[in-house]
Design a protein around this ligand. Structure first.
Ligand code: FEO
Length: 404
């Protein structure tokens, strides 16, 4: 059964929702699903902007066939060829062999590298500033390298003010009937998954996103719709979305808030983390979030690390090292360029306690602009009541820093 939605008078959403995929990129859980967005323009020429994941290809074909009927598809614009979008290119070429494929040089190179059979079809390479007319609609192409792969571009429809933004401004969560940002409560229901999508998928490439935002700023007054490859189409509240992207891409915290991430083997480190959370709240710091790193997927931890201003890392010592899942969190933060945060450390060990020094070394030597508070709390197996004063001092130091 086809399922399409109108974006403008002659541009349609022809994508699909996926509730079957458990792990996006085979790594990030997506319990609320994801959408793969593709868009079809019906002008003098018909133009498909991007395809979708192979798993949902049939839905795309039904949708296109519903709108085109017996007519051919004239043009296929590929803004981003990563297989969650590009995997259906071949099937489109088989069904519509005369279609002209428009994309970047790198994109065609990667299509060949992935083994897509594109030879024998009309391939048109475009670059920044090139324009193309399809009848009433004229588009211009804007390079968007590393947002999120090197070949990516975005396409701006000058006629309707539609920005086909590729992965930029996308989100996890299946659309399930909704399409536009004003048909969902984004700030209540979507922002956490939008942040988790951005930070884990594009988070590393903040400077590239900044570069793209600077280009977008020059046309922002002409943009009426932002059509990403995942998540809702934006037709209002651009300021809200751009403000989030500004924070995320400059690694500035969104909230004055404390994330306590703890690694606990027998509950003693967890108990101290809980007590610290309570003491922070008693001091008026109520935006506190507590995570057990052993049972929280690291993509959620990364998302929170981008949101908050302060991190508390509480880890047991394990094989004379940092507890492996905490170490993994640190390595993922480094890989995704998390920086410019205040950090407090809690270490635990029953003998040869090492995790505090090792976490400090990692933050100092491997990451950028991470400031570690002087008040480190060291626990020998468990924290006796007699040492509660040290926990109070740590809570005071964190609360003072949050209030600065
Ligand atoms: Fe949704 Fe970079 O692909």
């Amino acid at each position: 059964m086809h399922y399409v939605r109108k974006v403008t008078n002659d541009i349609y959403w022809v994508g699909a929702n996926d509730h079957r995929l458990a792990l996006f990129e085979n790594i990030h859980p997506i319990p609320k699903g994801v959408s793969y967005n593709a868009y079809l323009l019906l002008d003098e020429q018909s133009v498909l902007f991007d395809t979708i994941d192979w798993s949902a290809c049939r839905q795309l074909l039904d949708n296109i066939e519903h709108l085109l009927g017996d007519k051919p598809l004239d043009v296929l614009v590929i803004n981003h060829m990563e297989p969650d979008h590009g995997a259906s290119i071949e099937e489109i070429l088989l069904r519509y062999p005369k279609v002209k494929v428009v994309s970047t040089e790198k994109s065609f190179m990667l299509m060949r590298q992935f083994g897509f059979h594109i030879e024998g079809h009309e391939l048109v390479e475009v670059k920044e500033g090139d324009t193309m007319s399809f009848g009433k609609h004229e588009v211009t192409f804007i390079a968007a390298p590393m947002v999120h792969w090197p070949e990516a571009m975005i396409t701006f429809d000058l006629t309707d003010g539609v920005l086909f933004s590729a992965d930029a401004f996308g989100s996890f969560i299946a659309l399930d009937g909704k399409l536009f940002n004003d048909e969902v409560n984004f700030d209540r229901d979507w922002i956490d998954e939008a942040r988790r999508y951005y930070t884990n998928i594009v988070g590393k490439y903040g400077p590239h996103v900044q570069h793209l935002l600077a280009k977008a700023a020059t046309i922002v007054d002409k943009i009426n719709y932002i059509c990403p490859l995942h998540g809702p189409v934006w037709r209002s509240d651009f300021g809200y979305l751009l403000d989030k992207y500004q924070h995320w891409s400059t690694y500035e915290p969104e909230d004055k808030a404390v994330m306590i991430a703890y690694a606990s083997m027998y509950g003693n480190t967890e108990s101290v983390a809980q007590a610290l959370a309570g003491k922070l709240v008693e001091r008026g710091i109520t935006n506190v979030a507590l995570y057990d790193v052993s049972n929280t997927h690291v993509s959620y931890l990364i998302s929170e690390a981008f949101r908050v201003s302060h991190l508390v890392l509480a880890s047991v010592t394990y094989n004379l090292g940092i507890y492996p899942v905490m170490h993994n969190f640190l390595m993922d933060m480094k890989a995704l360029n998390v920086q410019n945060r205040m950090v407090a450390l809690i270490e635990n060990g029953s003998w040869a306690t090492k995790s505090g020094d090792l976490m400090q070394d990692f933050l100092d030597d491997e990451m950028k602009q991470m400031t570690v508070l002087n008040q480190r709390l060291s626990i020998a197996s468990s924290l006796p009541s007699s040492k509660e004063e040290e926990l109070d001092q740590l809570a005071d130091a964190i609360a003072d820093s949050v209030r600065e």
